[in-house]
Ligand binder design. Structure first.
Ligand SMILES: CC(C)(COP(=O)(O)OP(=O)(O)OC[C@H]1O[C@@H](n2cnc3c(N)ncnc32)[C@H](O)[C@@H]1OP(=O)(O)O)[C@@H](O)C(=O)NCCC(=O)NCCS
Length: 329
């Protein structure tokens, strides 16, 4: 039996930048309100015709280049997303074709903002069992495709991006992925969802008119839950692994709201300098926030071989996950 380790990262954000000032021109909001309540200054949106698989493919190409391998060497592709190119075929199938990863099988995983952690935990099991040696895990979302310009409460919060990691077996004695803590609390489904477009409410003129194909959320309820649970799942995984918070080199929390991240840091007693923060530039990119943050941290030299890293996220569902690992490259 092998353990799994992350051996490469990659990320991509689309070119178009939407600043808070741009949004001030569209609806009644202000840069000051958005920054104070969320920490967001700007977000990136795709161009017309650009889809989740395009962002995923760009992120994966950077990863392959970093690792120095060909797409044909990938065994399995898992795409965490709530904004697939279409309901089916899966974005993993589209991505496989775009990359030319002809030897890989793959599937999409719907875990909202905790989707990337769910996908890394899932992918790691294929490596752990010895079934596959190179699993590409992507977190990618085009949130701009499911937010309404008529809803300032949600429109300001989200952006588009993709991030990817490669999972491979550890060498003997190497630690890699050490532990993960995954939870679902289905009682929270009503607070953050896209009500139509599935089998319950297929698309009709009425669902379109009622804007049921966009994100609907009770921001306060989600905030209240997330602010408590982000701290809980971060503290719990450290505790059960007997890891002191000072041993962490990097904390990569989901980027939903700066105040949620600050609350988690305070509860953990973690030095804020060790925390990944890109919500100011990208907003909440759902499944992409954590892999984008990891890739940027590596690029900036903030993390390296042997460093202990914790990721954590709370998202729609509710879905919750934290994952502790040792950086291995
Ligand atoms: C959405 C969120 C930023 C709102 O912040 P808040 O401090 O809770 O603000 P409230 O919801 O109490 O709203 C305060 C006021 O600001 C207004 N407001 C909401 N969005 C606004 C915007 N973009 N610009 C200006 N005012 C806005 C509200 O209408 C409300 O006005 P009212 O008091 O006249 O009714 C916050 O609840 C949040 O971050 N929730 C979690 C969302 C999230 O992370 N979702 C994804 C999880 S993965």
């Amino acid at each position: 039996m092998y353990n799994a380790k992350i051996t490469a990262t990659g990320y991509h954000v689309p070119e178009k930048v939407i600043t808070n000032a741009d949004l001030e021109q569209i609806f009644d909001t202000s840069d000051e309100w958005i920054r104070a309540r969320t920490g967001i200054r700007e977000r990136h949106h795709v161009a017309k015709g650009e889809a989740t698989s395009d962002l995923a493919a760009a992120a994966a190409c950077k990863l392959l280049k970093q690792r120095g391998i060909a797409a044909t060497e990938i065994d399995c592709i898992i795409v965490a997303t709530v904004t697939p190119d279409m309901l089916f075929p899966s974005t993993a199938c589209v991505l496989q074709e775009k990359l030319g990863a002809s030897n890989a099988w793959g599937f999409d995983l719907s875990g909202a903002c905790a989707g990337f952690i769910f996908a890394v935990a899932t992918g790691s099991q294929f490596v752990h069992s010895g079934a596959y040696r190179k699993v590409l895990v992507v977190g990618a979302d085009v949130m701009s495709s499911i937010i309404s310009l008529k809803d300032r409460n949600t429109y300001v919060l989200f952006g588009d991006a993709a991030g990817a990691v490669l999972l491979e077996p550890t060498a003997p004695g190497e630690e890699g992925i050490m532990d993960f803590l995954l939870q679902t609390d289905g009682s929270g489904g009503q607070y953050l969802c896209m009500p139509a477009g599935g089998s319950l409410r297929p698309a009709t003129h009425e669902t379109v008119e009622k804007k049921l194909h966009f994100v609907h959320q009770d921001g306060r309820a989600v905030f209240k839950y997330a602010v408590q649970k982000m701290a809980d799942i971060s503290v719990e995984i450290l505790k059960r692994n007997r890891v002191s918070v000072s041993d962490l080199a990097l904390y990569a929390p989901h980027q939903a709201n700066m105040r949620i991240i600050d609350a988690a840091l305070e509860r953990m007693g973690l030095d804020p300098a060790k925390c990944v923060r890109n919500i100011d530039r990208y907003a909440n990119t759902t499944a992409a926030t954590i892999p984008v943050g990891l890739a940027e941290a590596y690029e900036a030299g903030r993390v390296g071989k042997g460093d202990l890293v914790l990721m954590a996220s709370v998202g729609a569902g509710f879905t919750l996950g934290s994952l502790l690992f040792r950086w291995s490259f």
